[in-house]
Design a protein around this ligand. Structure first.
Ligand SMILES: Cc1ncc(COP(=O)(O)O)c(C=O)c1O
Length: 389
């Protein structure tokens, strides 16, 4: 890697990331290249973002056409890419209205505001608590850190936003115990990503959804990591046969440009009115042009292929002796290792030319959704050789 870039970064960028000793300069499909031209197979998608891989030709064309036409307007005006993206998302998911933000955390912030306003309108003050799950992850803003059910994130930045209570995942009684008159929403990831790629039990999820419906408590599903095809369905909630009141998206929706989205169902589609929420960059035409292309590509055949490739990848990984088990759905996989330390495996992978992630004690794989069977075979044999050394 170019030493000067590392030095400049270390000197001038806040030291909040523990970067690997790798400077990626270009990429195409599932492969990227460092400054020396060394090739890497990427099983991270920039943490679930590059759903179509690096620089997909169609995505590049859509984005560049838009760059040359109109870069930004502000939300004081209408623009075609934003309106068409909202329509496509609603038609695809059955939600009724969308608010566009710039990141997953910001989408979750919007969801919290939406749920609290819905409850305030109907029940008045004091019904503002939100139940989230232990081991969840919802973002890095003060509110989404508070929403995150992990003590390790509740440090330094006091005071955090009030009003979050944490229930145990897959323990319906623990949710039931916390749902009282003060609760306006339950928020959860259906596959806990940062928490270790753990899919929730179907029975738990449907029971919580039923209870929320009965009590007019809004169900918020955080699909920032699981949404837009990652699990082999457009939304992970389809695996669980539930219709959340609010769904949040980000990461894979933009295919490589920053976007977040709050999807509101029937109940709360008109809850946020004029001047109640906003953001300068939300619905930016270039970002929405990229997202429109991603949505057009992720059709039913594409989703079916993600499901199939996910199963194939899982089966192949399960054959590796050092892997104790493989969790997750679709192309969101967590590898529990028998004896190796996941962070060491990821470091070794980078040396060998394969990019992977960790999630708690697991190795986490979020490959581009366009990965081919040959590329999966290649990745499996590289992982095998790393784990058997
Ligand atoms: C489930 C979930 N929610 C929210 C976030 C936060 O998203 P962002 O980093 O775009 O703010 C993440 C990021 O990893 C996530 O996985």
């Amino acid at each position: 890697m170019t030493k000067s870039i590392k030095d400049i970064d270390k000197n001038y960028v806040m030291n909040t990331y523990n970067r690997y000793d790798l400077e990626i300069v270009e990429g195409m499909g599932v492969n990227c290249y460092d400054v020396d031209g060394k090739e890497y197979i990427d099983l991270s998608s920039g943490i679930g973002v590059n759903s179509l891989g690096f620089c997909d030709m169609g995505w590049v064309a859509s984005v560049t056409q838009q760059v040359c036409k109109l870069n930004h307007t502000s939300n004081l005006f209408y623009s075609q890419p934003c309106a068409l993206l909202a329509k496509a998302i609603c038609e695809r998911t059955g939600c009724k209205k969308v608010f566009f933000a710039n990141s997953g955390a910001e989408a979750n912030e919007g969801a919290v505001k939406l749920a609290r306003k819905y409850s305030f309108d109907k029940y008045g003050k004091g019904r503002d608590k939100i139940i989230t799950l232990v081991n969840s992850f919802h973002g890095r803003t003060i509110t989404t850190l508070a929403a995150t059910g992990q003590d390790v994130f509740h440090n330094y930045f006091f005071p955090f936003t009030e009003g979050f209570k944490y229930a145990k995942a897959n323990d319906f009684k623990s949710v039931e115990k916390l749902i009282d008159e003060s609760v306006c929403a339950v928020m959860m990831e259906l596959v806990q990503g940062e928490g270790g790629v753990i899919a929730l039990d179907k029975e738990f999820v449907t029971s919580v959804a039923g209870l929320c419906n009965k009590k007019d408590v809004l169900l918020i599903v955080d699909e920032v990591q699981t949404g837009v095809g990652r699990t082999g369905k457009f939304l992970a909630s389809e695996h669980f046969n539930i219709k959340p009141d609010i769904t949040t998206l980000a990461k894979g929706l933009g295919g490589g440009l920053p976007i977040g989205a709050v999807l509101a169902g029937e109940k709360c589609a008109d809850t946020l009115g004029f001047s109640m929420h906003g953001t300068t960059f939300g619905g930016n035409p270039i970002v929405c042009a990229g997202a429109n292309y991603v949505l057009a590509r992720i059709d039913d055949d594409f989703l079916f292929s993600v499901e199939q490739k996910g199963e194939y990848f899982k089966e192949k990984l399960e054959e590796i002796e050092e892997i104790e088990s493989v969790s997750g759905l679709g192309l969101m996989l967590g590898l529990k290792l028998k004896s190796k330390i996941s962070s060491d495996v990821v470091k070794e992978g980078i040396k060998k030319g394969i990019i992977m992630l960790t999630a708690k004690e697991k190795v986490r794989l979020l490959p581009p959704l366009v990965i081919t069977y040959d590329e999966i075979d290649k990745a499996v044999s590289m992982i095998k050789s790393i784990l058997e050394n």
